[in-house]
Design a protein around this ligand. Structure first.
Ligand SMILES: *Cc1c(COP(=O)(O)O)cnc(C)c1O
Length: 350
């Protein structure tokens, strides 16, 4: 039934309790470390009914089986933990900071051979695939907004028997469903757009091959990275409005980017013309821009209903390829005229 309806309907209907009189319409928060024996859960690192409800909804949206983790990094590390010693891994030069640092750590310990390539340079990725074992994609990238030709790269990866991972945090299943294009693993920081309210940390891995799903589930049990039932409840509540929030945030992003393009206070606008995140390189003092807003919040992270901005290079671990004056803009659901007036005045002060 789910597959016959629009995905924005699935976001609302999936992961509900059975329609039995007096059953709750929403899956309750089930705080439990242990469950009566001989069932399908048994112990809370193996699962939780509130987590299962969220996993059903996200799995339906991504066309696979979702496994939740206590953060996006915990989910990423579960995938990294399955990479065999000596594997050659292609990854984007500009991938999410935490993932980039972990990949470099593994390479420095000679556990993997790391091949870093610009994710938008399809020809170089295709040329590197015959000698690779893994392809790690992130598209659009955080915070540079580089976009990969995901379908071409995944098709070629499959043809070369290369295992593929797509970090789909920025695109979300609203814009991109990598499993339908042949990806082996889809990764999410649920913390961001999927949950959408900046009130929890959570990650997820979505797979369609039952063997990979099993392996990822076992990683969660052994790494011990299970989110709380309360966070799963909040995340599912946030996921119900994913399509509404995404559409509004995307239209805000377009409205703000349109005004920024050609503005002499900004030397570059990075925006793929879709999605809810943009980045600007400012001519004036970028820190001062971040400190001068009243509606936009100066804070890290992204994907919430409130608009956030941040100069990424203030973080010591951020890649040196990210310009010092780059400010990441995460568009929320406020009125675009108010967002523009606030940003406009902050740019004037810097
Ligand atoms: C935030 C983020 C992560 C890490 O997720 P956490 O929930 O912060 O651990 C991974 N990938 C991308 C693209 C992100 O933006």
């Amino acid at each position: 039934m789910e597959s016959d309806v629009h995905p924005s309907t699935t976001a609302v209907t999936a992961g509900r309790p059975p329609r039995i009189p007096d059953n709750p319409v929403n899956t309750p928060i089930v705080p439990a470390s242990t469950f009566h024996a001989e069932g399908s859960i048994e112990y809370a690192r193996e699962g939780n009914p509130t987590a299962t409800a969220f996993e059903e909804a996200l799995g339906a949206l991504e066309h696979g089986h979702a496994t939740v983790f206590s953060s996006g990094m915990a989910a990423a590390n579960a995938i990294l933990d399955l990479i065999p010693h000596g594997a050659t891994v292609i990854a984007p030069i500009n991938t999410y900071t935490g993932v980039a640092v972990r990949l470099k750590e593994l390479a420095e310990r000679a556990f993997i051979n790391l091949v870093l390539l610009p994710v938008h340079d399809t020809q170089r990725i295709l040329a590197a695939l015959p000698k690779a074992d893994y392809l790690w994609l992130e598209s659009p990238t955080n915070p540079m907004l580089d976009v990969a030709d995901v379908e071409i790269c995944l098709t070629a990866a499959k043809a070369n028997k290369v295992i593929s991972v797509v970090d789909n945090t920025f695109a979300t299943p609203v814009a991109q469903r990598p499993l339908t294009m042949g990806a082996d693993y889809v990764l999410h920081s649920v913390t961001k757009i999927l949950s959408g309210h900046s009130d929890l940390l959570m990650g997820a891995v979505i797979t369609s091959d039952p063997q990979l799903t099993d392996q990822i589930h076992i990683r969660r049990i052994l790494l011990g990275a299970m989110p709380s039932a309360f966070d799963c409840y909040l995340a599912l509540r946030g996921l119900r409005t994913l399509y509404l929030r995404y559409e509004k945030s995307e239209s805000n992003a377009r409205a703000i980017v349109e005004r920024l393009r050609g503005d002499s206070r900004v030397s570059r606008v990075r925006y793929p013309d879709w999605g809810t995140i943009a980045a600007i390189e400012v001519v004036g003092n970028a820190d001062l821009v971040c400190r001068s807003t009243n509606i936009w919040t100066y804070a890290t992270s992204l994907g919430g209903v409130e608009s956030l901005l941040e100069r990424r290079r203030r973080w010591p671990l951020e890649s040196e390829t990210v310009p010092e004056n780059l400010i990441r803009l995460s568009l929320g659901i406020e009125h675009p005229d108010d967002l523009w007036a606030d940003l406009d005045s902050a740019l004037n002060k810097a």
